[in-house]
Ligand binder design. Sequence first.
Ligand code: ZN
Length: 164
Amino acid sequence: MSGSLRPSAGTPFVESSNKQTLSFVSNDVMTWQDGALTLIGSRCVACGELFFPRARGCTRCCGTGLTDTALGHQGRLWSWTVQGFRPKQPYDGDSSDADFQPYGVGYVELDNGLKVEARLTVADPAQLRIGMPMRLTLDAYRRTPAGEPVHTYAFEPAPEAPAP
Ligand SMILES: [Zn+2]
């Protein structure tokens, strides 16, 4: 994807501080923590269940006490597909039918077990494998009228962790 800001191969996943001024499609879903991007979800105070995106009530125990919690930025690919057509409304990306490029979408199982649906930076089936390590990144999926990119979260393939 041409608008992606994914780091080049070998770049450690610690973003420079100037990226903290980037526009997000929503400030409710992700933030910067110790220099790295992290998803934000909810944790049920009563039973510990995790939710993404943030929730107001717990669907497991019906508790209403939920706190924001950082969900981290890495996991493993749980399921995926390639979206071959432009999403319907209310999707507000600025691609047209003429310049639309198929993109990957999938579920990533985070280290805490929560499965998160997200765009993938890769749309080539040959590069996607169930269980492969993935890490959070940003995807510039549209621009403001002033031409500033607006970023959403996405996952990209990550290097396999070395054996312990
Ligand atoms: Zn609960």
